[in-house]
Design a binder for this molecule. Structure first.
Ligand SMILES: Nc1nc2c(ncn2[C@@H]2O[C@H](COP(=O)(O)OP(=O)(O)OP(=O)(O)O)[C@@H](O)[C@H]2O)c(=O)[nH]1
Length: 300
C-alpha cells in the first residue's frame, strides 16, 4: 500500500498519515487557493471594469474632441465665407458710394447750370429778366439804407427788329442781339447790371448814376449802336454778304425818392421808351416826372 502512495513534497503529507505534526488539508489549500483566485479574478474584473470605463471615457472624450475639431473647422469655413461675403459687400458699397458721389456731383453741376441759366440770358450773356429785377430790388434797398444815392434805369428796345428777322432770318436776328449786348458790355461799369427782359428789350440798372449821367450813357449807347455794321453771310440764293445795321430807342428814368418802387420807376422808363418809339425811334427820351409818382420831386 505504502509503495503505491505518492510521497508529498515538504511538509505536505497525506491525510491518512497518522504521523504527528502540522497537517495540511489539500481541500483547505485548494479552497484557499480558489478563494484567492476568485478574489484575484474579482480584482481583475474590477481592474478590467476600470480599464473599460477609462477606455469608454477616453473614447467619448476623443469623439467629442473630434466633433469639436470638426465643428471648429466648419466654423472656420463659415467665418471665411462670411468674411468673403462681407468683403464683397464692402466692395459693392464702395462702388455704390463712388457712383453716388458722381451722381451728387452731376446733380450739383446741373443745379449750378440751372442756376446760371436762371440768372443769365444764354444768347447774349447779360442777366435774365428775373436776375436784373432782383439786382434792381437789391440796389433799391441799399439806396434806402444809405439815403439818397442816385439810381438810374435805362429801358432799351431795338428798332424794327422784326424786319431783320423777317428779311435775314432768326439767326441774323440773334447775331444782332449779341452785337447789341457787346455794345452794352463795352459801355457799362462793373457796378451796373443789365438784363434782357424778353425779345429785343433790355433793362440797365445804374447805381450811383444820376439822371444826367444816365442820359450821357444812353446817348453813347444809341450812337454806337447806330454806327454798327454787322457782317452777315446770307444763306441759299441770297445775294451774298451784307452789313446789318440797327438802331435802338432808350427811355431813361431816375428814382425820385427812397419811397418810389422799382416797378414804378421801370414803368416811367418804359413810358419814356414808348415816347421815343412814337417820336421816330433811334433816340433817347427822359421819363416825365409829372406822369406818375411824386409831383414835388421832378427829375426833368
Ligand atoms: N432772332 C430773335 N428774334 C427774337 C427773339 N426774341 C424775340 N424776337 C423777335 O423780335 C421781334 C420783335 O418784334 P416787335 O415787337 O414788332 O418789335 P420791332 O420789330 O423791334 O418793332 P419796334 O420795337 O416797334 O421798333 C419779333 O419778331 C420776335 O419774334 C430772339 O431771341 N431772337
Amino acid at each position: 500500500m505504502n509503495s503505491s502512495r505518492e510521497k508529498l513534497p515538504g511538509n505536505w503529507s497525506s491525510a491518512s498519515n497518522n504521523e504527528k505534526g502540522p497537517r495540511f488539508s489539500l481541500f483547505d489549500q485548494e479552497e484557499a487557493l480558489l478563494q484567492h483566485a476568485d478574489q484575484m479574478v474579482d480584482k481583475l474584473d474590477q481592474v478590467a471594469d476600470g480599464v473599460r470605463e477609462l477606455a469608454n471615457a477616453y473614447r467619448q472624450s476623443y469623439r467629442s474632441q473630434t466633433r469639436l475639431l470638426r465643428m471648429s473647422d466648419r466654423m472656420q469655413l463659415d467665418l471665411q465665407q462670411a468674411n468673403q461675403k462681407l468683403e464683397a459687400q464692402a466692395e459693392s458699397l464702395r462702388t455704390l458710394n463712388e457712383a453716388l458721389e458722381q451722381e451728387v456731383q452731376a446733380r450739383e453741376q446741373l443745379a449750378d447750370e440751372l442756376h446760371r441759366l436762371a440768372m443769365m440770358d444764354d444768347l447774349t450773356g447779360v442777366y435774365s429778366r428775373r436776375q436784373v429785377l432782383e439786382v434792381g430790388e437789391r440796389e433799391l434797398a441799399r439806396r434806402r439804407r444809405q439815403g439818397l444815392t442816385p439810381l438810374t434805369l435805362l429801358m432799351m428796345d431795338l428798332d424794327h427788329f422784326k424786319r431783320i428777322n423777317d428779311r435775314f432770318g432768326h439767326a441774323a436776328g440773334d447775331t444782332v442781339l449779341v452785337a447789341f449786348a457787346e455794345v452794352l458790355h463795352r459801355n457799362l461799369r462793373e457796378s451796373d447790371a443789365v438784363g434782357r427782359l424778353g425779345g429785343e428789350e433790355f433793362l440797365a440798372v445804374l447805381p450811383e448814376v444820376d439822371l444826367r449821367g444816365g442820359m450821357t450813357l444812353a446817348e453813347r449807347i444809341r450812337e454806337e449802336v447806330a454806327a454798327l455794321r454787322i457782317p452777315w453771310e446770307q444763306q441759299g440764293d441770297g445775294s451774298g454778304s451784307v452789313d446789318l445795321d440797327l438802331t435802338v430807342s432808350i427811355g431813361v428814368a431816375a428814382l425820385r425818392s427812397t419811397h418810389e418802387s422799382l416797378d414804378t420807376a421801370i414803368m416811367r422808363a418804359d413810358d419814356a421808351l414808348y415816347q421815343a418809339k412814337l417820336s421816330g425811334r433811334n433816340r433817347v427820351m427822359l421819363a416825365k416826372a409829372e406822369e406818375r409818382g411824386n409831383q414835388s420831386d421832378p427829375e426833368v
